[in-house]
Write a protein that binds this ligand. Structure first.
Ligand code: NAI
Ligand code: NAD
Ligand code: ISE
Length: 343
């Protein structure tokens, strides 16, 4: 049976997910699309040669009897509304990160899903599917460097579009580290502080860029994350774990090593689509397969909620310039057990 999928939001990642489901993955078909930019949605149907209907808005698409399951790839602030509507309609939904832009919004989704009585929501934290992060986790789980003590990370984008404003360095970018590090370390966060170095003259729209985020976990692990979204040189994701007996680094994406014109060089990727292409493929194939079995196998609405609690604390820490405590609360019974094979 083919899973009939409707996509809300045909921007950068919506188009990329449509392409992979149509041309790379198996078991799913895009039968419906919508975007506030209707012209763009129509164009995507044409370019990808989809046999799909263009709906006038996300709610009409969710209600359509032709649609079995949903992918939400519209702008972050619209996610909450569409995920809540999907739960109300009893349809499985893959929502790109963030699940909602505030913890309050995510809590409404968690409550609605528990009231519905069956998990329906997966959040697009795809780094858990990345082979590099999985190898790092495997090394930590097998005590290859003893107990982890510190983690040094960098999340660098070459530039960001004009739509990237306000707190997005936290709510749209840092959220990947918040999710993947709690999964990697099997730990949750206790506090956060944010320090702001000198702002790059190349940062636009009043963004304070870069920032340094200092997190402490419940076990006392200290984490520093540099978020720098106008670094110019490339899309660069770094993660080094320092343990009691050694260090372990996230591998660099594979690239040829070139000796030419008196230089030894390797390429640096510039686009998140390329850096995590394999992870997105694995993530969405797994979502299609699990949805057909009626289960949620990836990051859950609870994971999305925890990330948002931490992200809210980060925003508060940036504004107050102080150390902010974090309390994520206990995971409800509903989200325990076999819900998440990568969680
Ligand atoms: P984008 O701006 O390229 O696309 C968003 C699309 O949503 C636009 O076409 C816009 O017209 C549409 N849209 C906005 N509000 C809408 C509404 N109410 N109804 C229908 N369509 C609506 O943005 P991009 O980069 O594709 O990001 C979309 C989402 O994907 C964001 O939540 C972002 O955080 C997430 N994302 C995740 C990535 C990952 O690595 N997992 C990478 C890039 C984006
Ligand atoms: P984008 O701006 O390219 O696309 C967003 C699209 O949503 C636009 O086409 C916009 O018109 C549409 N849209 C906005 N409001 C809408 C609405 N109410 N109804 C229908 N469509 C609406 O952005 P993007 O880069 O594709 O990011 C989209 C989402 O994907 C964001 O939440 C972002 O955080 C997430 N994202 C995740 C990753 C990742 O690595 N997992 C990477 C990029 C983006
Ligand atoms: C974007 O939405 C993503 O999710 C990318 O992975 C991230 O690097 C970027 O900063 C976000 O804006």
């Amino acid at each position: 049976m083919t899973l009939k999928i409707g996509v809300i939001g045909t921007g950068a990642i919506g188009q990329d997910h449509i392409r992979r489901i149509t041309n790379v993955l198996s078991g799913g078909e895009i039968v419906a699309v919508t975007d506030v930019n209707q012209e763009q949605a129509k164009q995507v149907v044409e370019v990808e040669k989809l046999n799909a209907k263009v709906y006038e808005d996300g709610h009409a698409l969710i209600q359509s009897e032709d649609v079995d399951a949903l992918i939400v790839t519209s702008w972050g602030p619209t996610h909450e509304e569409f995920v809540l509507a999907a739960i109300k309609a009893g349809k499985p939904v893959f929502c790109e990160k963030p699940l909602a832009t505030t913890a309050e919004g995510c809590k409404k989704i968690v409550d609605a899903e528990m009231a519905y009585g069956k998990p329906l929501v997966q959040v697009g934290y795809m780094r858990r599917y990345d082979k590099g992060y999985q190898a790092l986790k495997n090394a930590l789980d097998h005590q290859k460097i003893g107990e982890p003590l510190m983690v040094h990370c960098a999340h660098r984008n070459p530039t960001v579009p004009d739509t990237y404003i306000g707190d997005m360095a936290i709510t749209d970018t840092l959220v990947h580290e918040i999710d993947v590090l709690r999964w990697l370390l099997n730990d949750d966060y206790a506090s956060v502080q944010i320090v702001t170095p000198r702002t790059s003259s190349l940062a636009k729209n009043g963004l304070k860029d870069p920032i340094m985020v200092l997190l402490e976990t419940n076990k006392g692990i200290r984490i520093d994350v540099e978020v720098f979204v106008n670094c110019q040189f490339g899309y660069d994701i770094q993660c080094q774990v320092v343990g009691e007996t050694g260090t372990a680094n996230l591998p660099e994406p594979s690239s040829i090593i070139m000796r030419s014109e008196a230089k030894l060089s390797t390429e640096i990727l510039v686009d998140w689509k390329d850096r995590f292409i394999e992870s997105y493929d694995i993530e969405l194939q797994d979502w299609i397969n699990s949805t057909k079995k009626g289960i949620v196998s990836g990051p859950t609405a609870w994971d999305g909620y925890v990330v948002a609690v931490v992200s809210d604390a980060c925003v508060e820490a940036r504004n107050s310039k102080g150390i902010v405590s974090i309390a994520t609360g206990d995971i409800p019974e509903f989200y325990k057990g076999n819900l998440s094979i990568v969680g």
